[in-house]
Design a protein around this ligand. Structure first.
Ligand code: GLU
Length: 509
């Protein structure tokens, strides 16, 4: 069997869209599963659409997500250069090959002439039925053609498509797609104006030369596939034509139409992996990384947008995805982009994360809130985040749930005070301080029975006393188990907080 070689071939025309990331991911999963190679090819032949910073953005996004590249501009490899603008000489050779074989021809029609023709002929298409009425090397005498070329007249090379032939695209997801070649136009393959090929020619030549075995790309490229099949034939490369795989579209959350950047803006979720600062407009588009997503969660979320394991499992680490991924389980139907599900995945990965690791991610959040993380032991921070992580979707949410571990409360939730702090509560809290002072082992398991027994012995109201206690320590009546909190805070800090509560909390009028 042929060695598996796949490529992700983005054009650096802006930030990589989340749909493009999914394409990269499926290429990667398949390459790893098959022990093949993953190529990153930069398709930058359309200089008018080039955006500075886009290529760096692509690299950074793939790196953040852990989508490893085996061959590429930065990685090197035996099939380079991996950037199309550095392969001009190669394309020239292959365009010449098609011209010499009579499978392509020069065309001289100016944009104005083409517009005039379109205005004159309804549904005009440059093809076998019209090409002889146009200005090209098929309709004009050879000396005239040469004179135009020599005179520096702008020309393009068009692919000469034979009409009325059945073209078969064999696609691993879509099955056999057949079209009649007459619906295709004589696509422009090369432009003298920029001395560069168009996407179609460069793409095919590179896939061939880079020995790409599977072309895995978004469904929006399916209409180009018949042309690509014909190009492989025209070059005589049919034997090594790659297997086509067109992935289902990513749809808007309501399933009506393709997911766009505007949906993200409208509905308030990122459609880009990383934040993007548009160099021209200065606009900032939000990214998953900056929104607080864990890369593993984004990978898991994207993997299931278009693929399913055949059962109802949802949590897949990257290695499991590599094992289980298959095109048979990719759907033909578009995949609805369910942003809430994305949050759910992040929640799952956050709650499953090792506390010590999570503590490291939390330190910058502490700093944002003016807390010096170095003032606390790593284990203490880990305990704090570990106690609240399953209440949070994002690392930054941890703060609201565990800030009291780092900053003693200086205000107290009003409605809790009204409910739990009565005339006489301060006296009971003073008594509680005495009880706590007498406890040598401040662990939760040792402290809990002593305090509860004291409450019972005095026939105090369990709920009121425990909540008043919590109010002084946390600042409000919620949070993890009370004695786990006091164990982490330690005896001195717990007692100091109760004292501060007694001094500062006044019963509501
Ligand atoms: N350069 C194309 C893109 O930007 C590549 C399409 C393909 O994979 O053939 O998506």
């Amino acid at each position: 069997m042929r060695k598996v070689r796949v490529r992700f071939a983005p054009s650096p025309t802006g930030p990589l869209h989340i749909g493009g990331v999914r394409t990269a991911l499926y290429n990667y999963l398949f390459a790893r599963q098959m022990g093949g190679s993953m190529i990153l090819r930069i398709e930058d032949t359309d200089s008018t659409r080039f955006v500075p910073g886009a290529e760096e953005y692509i690299n950074e996004a793939l790196q953040w997500l852990g989508i490893g590249i085996d061959e590429g501009v930065r990685e090197g490899g035996d099939y380079g250069p991996y950037k199309q603008s550095e392969r001009r000489d190669i394309y020239r050779t292959y365009v010449k090959q098609l011209l010499d074989a009579g499978k392509a021809y020069y065309a001289f029609d100016t944009p104005e002439e083409l517009d005039a023709k379109r205005a004159e002929v309804a549904n005009f298409q440059y093809d076998a039925s019209t090409r002889m009425s146009m200005r090209n090397s098929l309709s004009m005498p050879a000396d005239e053609v040469q004179a135009l070329i020599d005179g520096g007249h702008k020309w393009v090379v068009r692919f000469k498509i034979e009409p009325n032939r059945e073209v078969l695209v064999n696609d691993l997801i879509r099955g056999e797609v057949r079209i009649n070649s007459s619906v295709l136009d004589d696509k422009v393959l090369y432009k003298s104006a920029d001395d560069l090929p168009t996407y179609h020619l460069a793409n095919i030549v590179d896939d061939h030369l880079m020995e790409v075995s599977h072309v895995i790309r978004g469904e929006e490229w399916l209409p180009s596939a018949p042309l690509h099949v014909l190009l492989y034939e025209a070059f005589g490369w049919t034997d090594t034509m790659p297997q086509w795989v067109h992935l289902p579209l990513l749809l808007k959350p309501d399933g009506k139409g393709k997911l766009s950047k505007r949906d993200g803006d409208r509905l308030g979720f990122p459609v880009f992996p990383l934040e993007w600062h548009d160099p021209k407009s200065g606009d900032i588009s939000s990214g998953y990384r900056e929104a607080g997503y864990l890369p593993q969660a984004v990978i898991n979320f994207l993997a299931l947008l278009g693929w399913n394991p055949g059962d109802d499992r949802e949590i897949f680490a990257i290695d499991d995805l590599i094992k289980e991924f298959s095109f048979e389980h990719c759907s033909k139907k578009g995949a609805k982009f369910d942003y809430e599900k994305g949050k759910w995945f992040n929640h799952e990965y956050l709650s499953a994360m090792d506390d010590a690791q999570l503590a490291q991610l939390f330190k910058p959040v502490m700093a944002q809130h003016g807390v010096d993380a170095t003032a606390f032991a790593d284990e203490y921070i880990a305990t704090a985040v570990g106690l609240v992580k399953n209440r949070c979707n994002f690392v930054k949410d941890l703060w609201d749930n565990c800030a009291f571990f780092f900053v003693a409360p200086h205000t107290y939730a009003e409605k809790d005070v009204r409910k739990r702090w009565k005339e006489g509560t301060d006296a009971i809290m003073t008594e509680l301080i005495g009880v706590l002072e007498g406890i040598a082992d401040f662990s939760a398991t040792a402290t809990e029975p002593i305090v509860l027994d004291w409450i019972k012995a005095h026939e105090y109201h369990m709920g009121n006393v425990m909540n008043a206690f919590r109010l002084t320590v946390v600042g409000e009546c919620k949070g993890p188990h009370m004695f786990v909190i006091t164990e982490a805070l330690g005896k001195a800090e717990t007692i100091a907080r109760i004292k501060r509560g007694i001094d500062n909390i006044k019963p509501a009028e």
